[in-house]
Design a binder for this molecule. Structure first.
Ligand code: SF4
Length: 457
């Protein structure tokens, strides 16, 4: 059974290489569907109160983008790796097409290769999305998603030689996908020995879209799983693996400060802030306190709703507008959440590294919280799915149990990873007990935030 499964996965990888033409056709269909759903609803009237997902294009597009697309693409990263990037992503297909067919093929400049882009782009996009209510308005979706697609085409047009420079360096979710796909149970791998002894016909490197050194391939995190290198030199194949392998076996090799910042400050801290501000009593308290202070000091301009919709949400017809105070409080709450969580986790993991006399251990142990980050983002995004379906009359009596299952499972998974990482690196029992206790304490505020969001507030 195991062997059959392994063979089937391998054949699937080879099938991807053989059916590149069909994959391209699918990509063009998805790109067309994506552009239609992105552009047309943005120029339509706001939907009336009695409209439904199935009879109004604006609501349908909203449901497709924020109810299905994003939550399930995030989930797919953990379940099947970056197949989404390699096979279906419209931005990837468009940037590659622009580079291959009409591109100027310029050398990639150094500013594009800056390692901080994934973290900065994710945090800024998340914050901006909340300020302009990207989940609720089609024009806001067009600005954020369309802006990203436009950027992808321009970068493809200017740089690279038919590859996906945008996806590799600038895509706002590349860093997130990179981290989440470390948990995937399948990955393309290169057998170093078979590669070295290969004596068959000369094979040119396939056009690897994210420009990866195929010879060194042992994980999916940067690989888009397009399958173009499957079978190369009889050494590259798609293989099943343990969902812990990439972190436990290869995680120690990674010393990427920005990627760790993205995980701790962005995917945990900023994401918690972005998903909880709408229901947080602390947010209400902050806003009330500042409003009273402003009124007591005769300062009234922050209460005006003069900002255009592309700066702050402003839809008077829907009775939905943010004033400057709202904008400030939202930004402050989200960024403060990012800073508090990021600093708390960084501090604890640095203490663990210091205690074990291994400065780089901080990067390793931080990866143990990836399952919790993944589930947090999925649960946060899927709250929109649930909200939209509840408007349609669906009831979710089982939802609390399912959320508890996801959150409990992710917490145990993170503890399991932490346990095994620490077991590998601790020389004495007292070291292990102390460090594991500290690690367990570190994840309590993360779990607490989601418990408050889904069960208490
Ligand atoms: S290494 Fe490159 S060519 Fe091979 S599957 Fe991954 S993305 Fe495709």
């Amino acid at each position: 059974m195991g062997l059959f499964f392994k063979k089937a996965i391998d054949q699937f990888g080879v099938g991807l290489r053989r059916h590149q033409k069909s994959i391209q056709i699918i990509q063009w269909f998805i790109a067309l569907f994506y552009l239609i759903l992105l552009i047309i609803p943005a120029f339509m009237q706001l939907p009336p109160r009695h409209a439904h997902i199935l009879n109004h294009l604006v609501l349908f597009a909203q449901f497709v983008f924020w109810g299905i697309w994003w939550p399930f693409v995030i989930l797919s990263m953990v379940c099947i790796g970056r197949l989404w990037c390699g096979l279906f992503c419209p931005e990837g297909a468009l940037t590659e097409w622009a580079s291959r067919t009409i591109g100027r093929n310029k050398t990639i400049p150094r500013w594009i290769k800056w390692k901080g882009w994934p973290a900065v782009a994710f945090i800024l996009t998340t914050l901006y999305g909340q300020l302009i209510s990207v989940y609720d308005y089609a024009i806001a979706s067009l600005l954020i998603l369309g802006g990203s697609t436009f950027g992808a085409i321009i970068i493809g047009f200017l740089y690279g030689k038919g590859n996906r420079v945008w996806c590799r360096y600038l895509c706002p979710v590349n860093g997130v996908f990179n981290l989440l796909s470390r948990l995937a149970p399948i990955s393309f791998k290169t057998d170093q020995y078979k590669w070295a002894i290969y004596h068959g016909e000369t094979i040119h490197n396939p056009h690897c879209p994210p420009i990866i050194n195929i010879r060194q391939l042992h994980g999916v995190s940067a690989c888009h799983m397009c399958g173009r290198c499957a079978g190369m030199k009889d050494a590259v194949s798609l293989q099943p693996r343990s969902m812990n392998e990439e972190i436990l076996v290869y995680g120690e090799e990674i010393h990427n400060t920005w990627q760790t910042h993205l995980l701790l400050f962005g995917m945990i801290g900023v994401a918690i802030g972005a998903f909880t501000w709408t229901i947080s009593p602390w947010f209400v308290y902050l806003k009330q306190y500042l409003a009273e202070w402003l009124i007591n000091h005769d300062v009234y301009w922050p209460f005006s709703i003069s900002a255009p919709w592309w700066v702050l949400t402003n839809y008077p017809a829907n009775n939905d507008s943010f004033n400057w105070l709202d904008g400030f409080c939202i930004s402050f709450y989200i960024l403060a959440s990012g800073l508090c969580y990021g600093m708390w986790l960084t501090l604890i993991y640095k203490v663990l590294a210091y205690f074990l006399y291994k400065p780089n251990f901080y990067f390793y142990i931080a990866q143990a919280v990836i399952p919790l980050a993944a589930v947090g983002i999925f649960l946060g995004l899927s709250a929109t799915t649930v909200k939209l379906l509840q408007y349609e009359g669906f009831s979710f009596w089982w939802l609390k149990d399912l959320r508890a299952f996801f959150l409990g499972g992710a917490s145990l998974w993170s503890l399991y990873l932490g346990f095994n990482i620490l077991k590998k690196d601790c020389n004495y029992l007292y070291q292990f007990v102390f460090t594991f206790l500290l690690f367990s304490i570190s994840i309590i505020p993360i779990v607490a935030a989601w418990i408050m969001m889904f069960w208490i507030w």
